[in-house]
Design a protein around this ligand. Structure first.
Ligand SMILES: NC(=O)c1ccc[n+]([C@@H]2O[C@H](COP(=O)([O-])OP(=O)(O)OC[C@H]3O[C@@H](n4cnc5c(N)ncnc54)[C@H](O)[C@@H]3O)[C@@H](O)[C@H]2O)c1
Ligand SMILES: [Zn+2]
Ligand SMILES: [Zn+2]
Length: 449
């Protein structure tokens, strides 16, 4: 006998004979029909649709989402980011592949389900999954970590070669687990957290300590961790250095916290929105610049002005605005001279300024060559260089554990994320999340299933 059980919204069981005809084994296959936020075309709003989610394959898990959140990249994703690109010269592609690739080269793939931040409970696991089990609370992530490939072993990057970021919107086996009326739906990277249930390879999930506040765990799945990690893992900000952060969304606020944790002496936040001043203060910012207050001066002029003309040791670009990249380069030091407390009065050349590019944009700008030729270092960063399996548990611990203040006066959490959560919506009001995100007082919108 062939049949499939489809669980409608929250546990309603119906038999769907149409679906059953797809399977030829004499077994009960659990295929979920549920709601997800689908984008059909570049620039269109998300639409709640009833979709089908397949059962997990051997190394995969299916997750019932509890909450999700909005990262700026999700807005870009609704507008077509990232453009799908494959190298047609790769000899493993046959002619049909090449035809497909050429027709999709630089094309955004739709329909797709956005969302790459969230937390959920594992509902079922494939037969080869051992690291997690039904009932575990997990964060689905867009990066995996095998621990054994050249990149993982290098200790220098979080970009695993075995479990890479999946720009083609498909699972590692080149297929999707989501469909609507028989049509394939693309995953966002491999997450798509704006769906009641998702399927993901088990290497891309990280267990969440039950003591962690779930909205906070959702924020760690991308934005905040990206910034925090950029200061910590990507460039390892040096003690007593001067740091500038362009753009104080969740990513920029994460950089502030990371720079504070590394002992930076000056942490300068730059944002066009004055309401970010208060948020920046909560995450360790020591100075704030709103470029709109100084008409006619560029961001790099303003940062040089407050650093005696030298510029900063580290400049983190977290706006995603193309022209801000040049500003970040110009604002970073050509020569970094400082004196240590060990040898007061002795000037040391510490190195040149480092620019960390985090903001994402698929348009290109004109890069000014000369400021780069003068020796600055530019570092691009995905997820702040944070390795999902090795580093996320450390960040979670810092969010949970309390540490003693100086003189044992009080205890506090090393990372306190309450200030990030500014707006909440239910999943059925997900369209409102976009309107909230545009509000000046918004940092993070939490979506509750
Ligand atoms: N590389 C990665 O792994 C990664 C991960 C997450 C997000 N991102 C990208 O990082 C960027 C920031 O993400 P977010 O979620 O924090 O975004 P956000 O929209 O919450 O924050 C951006 C901030 O930049 C400010 N801003 C915009 N233009 C500015 C300008 N010209 N000058 C000064 N400030 C300006 C805005 O007022 C806002 O406060 C986005 O481009 C996002 O796509 C990259
Ligand atoms: Zn690896
Ligand atoms: Zn993100």
């Amino acid at each position: 006998m062939k049949f499939a059980l489809a669980f409608g919204n929250y546990g309603h069981i119906e038999v769907i004979p149409l679906v059953a005809t797809k399977f030829d084994n004499c077994e009960c296959i659990l295929l979920y029909v549920l709601e997800a936020a689908v984008v059909w075309k570049s620039g269109e709003q998300v639409k709640l649709e009833e979709i089908q989610v397949d059962p997990p394959k051997a190394t995969e898990v299916r997750i019932k989402m509890i909450c999700a959140s909005l990262c700026h990249t999700d807005i870009s994703v609704c507008n077509g980011f990232p453009l799908f690109f494959m190298n047609p010269r790769n000899t493993s592609y046959n002619e049909t592949h090449i035809h497909f690739i050429l027709s999709t080269l630089h094309q955004p793939l739709f329909p797709r389900i956005p969302g790459h931040e969230g937390v959920g409970t594992i509902e079922s696991v494939g037969e080869n999954v051992t690291e997690v089990k039904e009932g575990d609370v997990v964060m689905p992530l867009y990066l995996g970590e095998c621990g054994e490939c050249l990149n993982c072993k290098s200790g220098k990057t979080n970009l695993c070669l075995t479990y890479p970021i999946r720009f083609n919107g498909l699972m590692p086996d080149g297929t999707s687990r989501m469909s609507i009326g028989g049509e394939k739906i693309y995953h966002h990277f491999n997450c798509s957290t704006w769906s009641e249930y998702i399927v993901i390879d088990s290497n891309y999930v990280v267990k969440v300590d039950p003591r962690m506040e779930l909205p906070h765990a959702s924020f760690l799945a991308c934005g905040f961790t990206t910034g925090y990690g950029a200061a910590w893992k990507e460039v390892d900000v040096k003690k007593d250095s001067t740091v500038a952060v362009l753009g104080l969304g969740a990513v920029g606020l994460g950089v502030l916290e990371g720079a504070r944790m590394r002992g930076a002496a000056r942490i300068i936040g730059v944002d066009l929105n004055d309401m970010k001043r208060e948020k920046g203060d909560a995450f360790g910012m020591t100075e704030f610049i709103n470029p709109a207050d100084s008409k006619g001066k560029s961001v790099s002029d303003l940062l040089k002005e407050v650093t005696g003309g030298l510029g900063v040791d580290y400049c983190f670009e977290c706006t995603g605005v193309v022209s801000m990249f040049d500003e970040a380069v110009e604002a970073s030091k050509m020569v970094s001279i400082f004196c240590t407390s060990d040898f007061i009065g002795t000037l040391y050349i510490k190195g040149l300024g480092t620019v960390v590019l985090i903001g994402a944009n698929q348009s290109s700008g004109v890069v000014k060559f000369i400021p780069l030729l003068l020796g600055r270092t530019v570092k691009g960063s995905i997820y702040g260089g944070v390795r999902p399996q090795s580093d996320i548990p450390t960040i979670i611990d810092k969010c949970i554990n309390r540490v003693l203040s100086s003189f044992n006066l009080f205890t506090f959490r090393e990372i306190q994320l309450d200030e990030l959560l500014t707006h909440k919506v239910s999943f059925h009001e997900i369209d409102k999340a976009f309107a909230h995100f545009k509000q000046p007082d918004c940092v993070k919108v939490l979506i509750k299933f």
